[in-house]
Design a binder for this molecule. Structure first.
Ligand SMILES: [Zn+2]
Length: 428
């Protein structure tokens, strides 16, 4: 009985595996090197799993930039059955909102192993692709996990946050400045494939999990930022500002930036859309290279953080610096008195007090509160050129601040003591 079972088992083995062994022997003898090379090419497919970028939050914990899971749809046309090429091209172009002729052209490359259909689609589209393929038995359409940058607060802090490019790399603003820290480590799946290009059982998959990038917490307080943005937008509109409105809120004890904006600015979710409707219409009216150039100029202007990229001639706000220098050197105290007669003559040039005011006798404190021009011309004269310039430099106004944002202008314009006469101003 035992012997008969063993004989039967041997016969059974030969019948079942004999054919396979014969085929294997034939492949090995016929073209061993060619088949080995093709096998290595086909059996291992390396799929990158993109890492999510780190989050950006404000000091009070408001989420400003996040990474959202999405899906990129690719295709390996050679895995798709010949009889399904047209039907699949039709379905994919409808679901993914692609041009049918172009999609058919991609699928018609019958030996192609990989082509991009559409980058970063939402869950509904990816599910529709998956459903259609399984219902119609279409092989070779790949739905790969991907990530995309989103700015949950919408049109908020655009010039500070910046944005990323098509590969999720930082292109502008904080996204650029902290690109290295925010970028994660991509993961990989090394998948074994059988001769038909399908995935082999899961034990052949090697997974290297992606690591999310570091997160970034700003000194910006989202509440203060909101007040600044809405107040500045209203002021720009009210005063019909043509060039720019700029606002910075700083913690004077530490120098930390609590809020910063320029108006008009843009929504970091759609940075390439020109926000100014009039300008957008002008650009759209052009064609070809002219349009491309005009669009680029308009975009660059829209993206520029004017709070750090543009020179600013301070005017009356500079009275604070002059006042501080005068008090610190001791040439004045808060109770020193000055006379404002509505105007003052300096080396043959007459300077008026603002808005026709005549402040009369006033202390330094009163002169500062009223922003009185004749008062501060006298304070400046008491201070002298050298003191004025020393404090100008000591306040850091001759150099860049070194703020951790890209695009700060490195140049400053000012007079040195030896070039400064009794009356000096900028401009033509
Ligand atoms: Zn005055």
């Amino acid at each position: 009985m035992g012997r008969r079972v063993r004989v039967l088992a041997a016969v059974f083995s030969v019948v079942c595996f004999g054919g396979l062994l014969g085929r294997l022997a034939w492949l090995q003898l016929a073209d061993p090197e060619g088949y080995a090379a093709r096998a290595a090419d086909q059996q291992l497919r390396d799929t990158v799993i993109p890492a999510a970028r780190g989050e950006i939050t404000s000091a009070d914990g408001t989420l400003l930039a996040a990474s959202e899971t999405c899906w990129t749809i690719r295709a390996a046309p050679r895995e798709l059955d010949d009889s399904l090429v047209e039907e699949t091209a039709r379905a994919m172009s409808e679901i993914l909102e692609l041009d049918y002729a172009e999609t058919l052209e991609k699928f018609s490359q019958r030996s192609s192993n990989d082509c991009l259909l559409r980058r970063r689609v939402n869950k509904e589209m990816a599910d529709a692709v998956r459903r259609w393929c399984s219902e119609h038995g279409a092989e070779g359409i790949q739905i790969r996990q991907d990530t995309r940058r989103v700015y949950p607060q919408g049109d908020f802090m655009g010039v500070l946050l910046g944005f990323t490019d098509v590969d999720n790399a930082g292109l502008w603003g904080l996204e650029l400045e902290y690109d290295e820290e925010l970028t994660g480590e991509n993961g990989r799946v090394l998948t074994a494939k059988n001769a038909w290009g399908y995935d082999m059982p899961t034990q052949y998959n090697t997974l290297v999990a992606p690591a999310q990038g570091n997160s970034l917490t700003l000194t910006i307080d989202a509440n203060i930022q909101r007040y600044l943005e809405s107040a500045l937008a209203a002021a720009v509109q009210e005063h019909k500002v043509a060039a720019r409105g700029v606002g910075i809120v700083m913690d004077v004890q530490t120098g930390a930036i609590l809020a910063m904006t320029t108006k008009p600015d843009y929504d970091p979710n759609n940075p390439r859309t020109i926000v100014d409707e009039e300008l957008r219409a002008q650009v759209d009216a052009l064609t070809g290279e002219e349009r491309t150039a005009a669009l680029q100029t308009a975009q660059q202007a829209q993206w520029r953080n004017k709070a750090i990229s543009d020179l600013y001639e301070p005017g009356s706000v500079f009275k604070l610096i002059t006042c501080s220098a005068a008090l610190d050197t001791g040439v004045c105290t808060r109770d020193s008195t000055f006379v404002c007669a509505g105007s003052i003559n300096v080396a043959g040039t007459r300077f008026r007090c603002a808005n026709g005011h005549i402040h009369g006798l006033e202390t330094l404190a009163e002169g500062l509160a009223a922003s009185c021009n004749p008062c501060f011309i006298q304070v400046g004269a008491r201070l002298g050129q050298q003191n004025f310039c020393n404090y100008f430099a000591a306040f850091g106004l001759t150099e860049a601040t070194g703020i951790d944002l890209p695009g700060e202008i490195k140049r400053s314009e000012y007079y040195t003591a030896d070039r400064m006469g009794p009356v000096q101003n900028f401009g033509p």
